[in-house]
Design a protein around this ligand. Structure first.
Ligand code: ATP
Ligand code: MG
Length: 180
């Protein structure tokens, strides 16, 4: 499984549609302060299902939509797409290439798509569960998160270890079964 590309369109500072291709050998993104490096990482978290506006440095989810600059009016919609090569079927899908898209409109309407087909958030979460990716994974460590791990309550640290060990799926299935 390999990250192939990321498209941002109306997401945070990316008013213009921008596609980043992650070609072999690419190891970093550099740029001046405020140029949008963290916004790119947040776009990755967001498209994989992040539900906390706070984790994306916002107060409400609509804060991810481009809110205007001196020479451009605010936009009405944010869109992010991420494409993976899944020819090894590392992600739980029969597709050999997977494009996941998330859209959010100012009126609160939102959409998730897998290869152009409308899906539920649950389908996105299930796709990434136990893959080491996804909204609560530790493949993306934002500033301040390491401290939170060290200073966290034992129960929170246990949740992290469970996520890393890949048992989150079984806990979730158990909880669903118990609710029935
Ligand atoms: P640093 O090197 O300081 O970490 P960075 O490259 O990570 O900087 P970001 O934090 O990704 O920069 O980008 C911050 C910029 O994004 C700010 O100029 C901020 O105004 C802009 N920004 C954030 N949200 C929006 C939005 N909804 N609409 C327009 N611009 C936004
Ligand atoms: Mg930054």
């Amino acid at each position: 499984m390999q990250l192939l590309s990321l498209t941002l369109d109306g997401f945070k500072s990316f008013a213009h549609k921008t596609t980043i291709k992650f070609e072999e050998g690419m190891t970093g993104i550099v740029g001046p302060n405020g140029s949008g490096k963290s916004n790119i990482i947040e776009a990755i978290r967001w498209v994989m299902g992040e539900q906390s506006a706070r984790h994306l440095r916002g107060d409400k989810m609509a804060d991810v939509i481009f809110n205007g600059s001196t020479d451009r009016a605010p936009l009405n919609r944010a869109l992010v797409s991420i494409t993976f090569d899944n020819s090894d079927h590392y992600l739980a899908s029969n597709f050999t290439e997977l494009t996941i898209t998330r859209k959010l409109y100012r009126n609160g309407d939102s959409e998730y798509l897998i290869n152009g087909q409308k899906v539920r958030l649950k389908d996105i979460v299930d796709l990434f569960i136990d893959s080491g990716l996804g909204r609560e994974s530790f493949s993306i460590i934002s500033q301040g998160r390491i401290e939170a791990v060290f200073n966290g309550k034992p129960a929170d640290r246990r949740a992290i270890i469970e996520a890393v060990a890949g048992v989150a799926k079984y806990r979730k299935n158990k909880e669903t079964a118990e609710k029935r």
